[in-house]
Write a new protein. Structure first.
Length: 266
């Protein structure tokens, strides 16, 4: 029986001394939730409680976000993965389920490939293997997000995260649009980390059973990456949500939550 009212906020230390704020809720089997680029743990706020039926959820503020330190360097998906291990060590957790979305899915790939003994089951959402084998977003998407007008860039990002039909009934505020308090050097570091990710050669080393989820209208990370990941991870299953965009986990909350719960079990 879980107690979702249990909350723990603590700080772990990365291998380079960076302070990493992490949050723990619930009392079931540990589930690490990893959010997208330039976001803190609040990315998961709309759906986090759904997992407390069976799991304790562990989130962290990536270096450069939230209450974690914001060093000048150390921004790489491999380093973020080692930061996750530092959090698990600090929390006294030997093995956990891991669910990563967007850049968090890229981080999760490294966690599972480099530390297979620490991952029982793996969920990869709206993500890609990175590198030259990945299917990248269209140049028009990059252009829209890089516009000098911050309000236009925000509107473009919202449109890429959520379908118009869903937004009509859910006007926000949205928790997936980035940590507004990140310093410029950290925001740039996250961008470089995500852009330079390439786990293609490491993916076959993932031994944990893996569920790969995606929205079929995702323009930020095209769903063509789903079969690429599945072909490289031996024990994997896939599901693509019709009509969903990047934040499928929120827009398709009921169905996505059910699929993840069934896959993870206890």
């Amino acid at each position: 029986m879980t107690d979702p009212t249990q909350h723990l906020h603590a700080v772990a230390r990365a291998d380079d001394g960076t302070g990493l704020a992490y949050q723990r809720q619930g009392a079931g089997y540990p589930l690490v939730l990893l959010q997208g680029q330039a976001n803190n743990h609040h990315w998961w706020d709309p759906v986090r409680a759904d997992f407390h039926v069976t799991h304790t959820t562990i989130t962290l503020d990536y270096r450069g976000t939230g209450d974690s330190d914001k060093p000048q360097g150390g921004y790489a998906t491999r380093q973020f993965a080692e930061d996750v291990i530092a959090v698990l060590d600090a929390a006294g957790i030997g093995q956990a389920d891991v669910y990563g979305t967007s850049m968090g899915g890229r981080v999760a790939q490294w966690v599972a490939a480099r530390h297979p003994e620490r991952v029982r089951r793996l969920v990869l959402g709206c993500t890609s293997p990175g590198g030259p084998h990945a299917v990248e977003r269209d140049v028009s998407v990059r252009r829209a997000l890089a516009t000098a007008d911050p309000r236009a860039a925000r509107r473009a990002l919202i449109d890429m995260m959520y379908s118009p039909a869903w937004r009509a009934g859910h006007p926000g505020p949205y928790t997936t649009l980035g940590d507004p308090d990140m310093p410029p050097h950290a925001r740039h570091g996250h961008l470089v980390a995500s852009n330079e990710h390439d786990a293609w050669d490491a993916l076959p080393r993932i031994s944990a059973p893996t569920l790969i989820l995606h929205g079929d209208e995702d323009r930020l990370t095209p769903s063509d990456n789903v079969p690429l990941l599945a072909a490289r991870i031996a024990d994997s299953a896939t599901y693509v949500f019709p009509g969903a965009r990047h934040a499928y986990f929120e827009e398709c909350r009921e169905e996505a939550g059910r699929l993840v719960a069934e896959f993870l079990g206890v």
